[in-house]
Design a protein around this ligand. Structure first.
Ligand code: TXA
Ligand code: MG
Length: 292
């Protein structure tokens, strides 16, 4: 397990079927959900994926950083078919965290790295979260402190000439669109285009109520902006970047022990990284029974 600027990842050799199989087994991840291949730079990425002009433009502007590009698979890539879940595209990412960079530079193979948590559960933004979720199964952990962004990478598919947003994330739409000089289209059929984007995901154990203006009896209240009744606050000054960095940590804390019967969270503005926050919260609020 190793830190990235978004969340901690559970890494394995992307070229080795048995290593990839272990990642699916440790996370309890369904095999139809493909993994992101992490590389140290664009040059290495181009060994595995075919980059159009647009893909090059985005990679040059935002790598290293919290952007994952889905591009056509290079047929000679050698990436494990299991990691790709049978698709003829590959998701590639160059993480910015210095420890992730150092690790990838030491290796002569790329790493698949899903978030280091059990499938469907909250993502880990500290090494403790990763340990709590998976340490008994994966004893190797690089300690890199709390993740700066705190929310997963933005996933964009660049197939042919068009660009489609598959998962909102730490890189904002505004930044992407200003680089592209055009609006980004949204995936209409997320289940097919990004198989991991199933509705129930990132879920705490307790039921979660979103857009709550105040707590009900037994609920832990997570505020945003001034909120005197809040047990935790994502950002008292109403800063979305700060809120993103705190989101999973607050949910983890509220979810611990048997102090509360549920979690209620204040409305978060749907702009900038707030779009990704609302996406995660909506998924987290779906009932556990429907989780994968
Ligand atoms: O920030 C991140 O991206 C973190 C850190 C560790 O790098 N990783 C992460 O991985 O969030 P994971 O496995 O939790 O999410 C990967 C997402 C899934 O929704 C999956 O369906 C999608 O990427 N994905 C992977 N390959 C794809 C492909 N070829 N086409 C469409 N979606 C793909
Ligand atoms: Mg994940």
């Amino acid at each position: 397990m190793f830190p990235t600027e978004t969340v901690y990842g559970l890494g394995a050799n992307a070229l080795c079927d048995s290593a990839v199989a272990q990642v699916y087994a440790l996370k309890g991840r369904p095999s139809f959900n493909p993994l992101i291949v992490h590389v140290k730079d664009q040059e290495q990425a181009q060994k595995y994926g075919i980059f159009s002009e647009t893909a090059c433009l985005l990679a040059k502007k935002f790598w290293p950083g919290p952007l994952t590009l889905v591009v056509p698979l290079n047929p000679h890539s050698g990436v494990s078919k299991l990691a790709l879940a049978g698709l003829d595209t590959v998701a590639l990412r160059v993480p910015a965290h210095p420890m992730a960079q150092a690790l990838l530079s030491l290796l002569d193979f790329p790493l698949v790295a899903p978030s280091a948590n059990k499938s469907g559960h909250l993502s880990p933004t500290t090494s403790q979260h990763a340990k709590d979720s998976l340490a008994h199964k994966s004893p190797f952990l690089l300690e890199g402190g709390p993740c700066e962004k705190g929310i997963e990478s933005t996933i964009v598919s660049v197939l042919g000439s068009g660009c489609t947003l598959l998962r909102p994330g730490a890189l904002t739409l505004e930044d992407l669109e200003s680089c592209l000089g055009a609006p980004l289209s949204f995936s209409q059929d997320k289940k097919i285009l990004s198989p991991g984007q199933t509705d129930s995901h990132y879920a705490p154990h307790l039921p979660l109520r979103i857009n709550a203006l105040s707590p009900q009896a037994g609920e832990c209240y997570i505020g945003f902006g001034p909120a005197p009744k809040a047990h935790f606050n994502l950002s008292e000054k109403g800063d979305l970047m700060e809120a993103a960095a705190n989101l999973f940590a607050c949910l983890h804390q509220a979810d611990q022990g048997s102090l509360y019967e549920g979690i209620a969270i204040a409305p978060i503005p749907a702009s900038g990284v707030g779009i990704a926050l609302n996406d995660r919260l909506r998924r987290a609020s779906f009932a556990r029974e429907t989780a994968l």
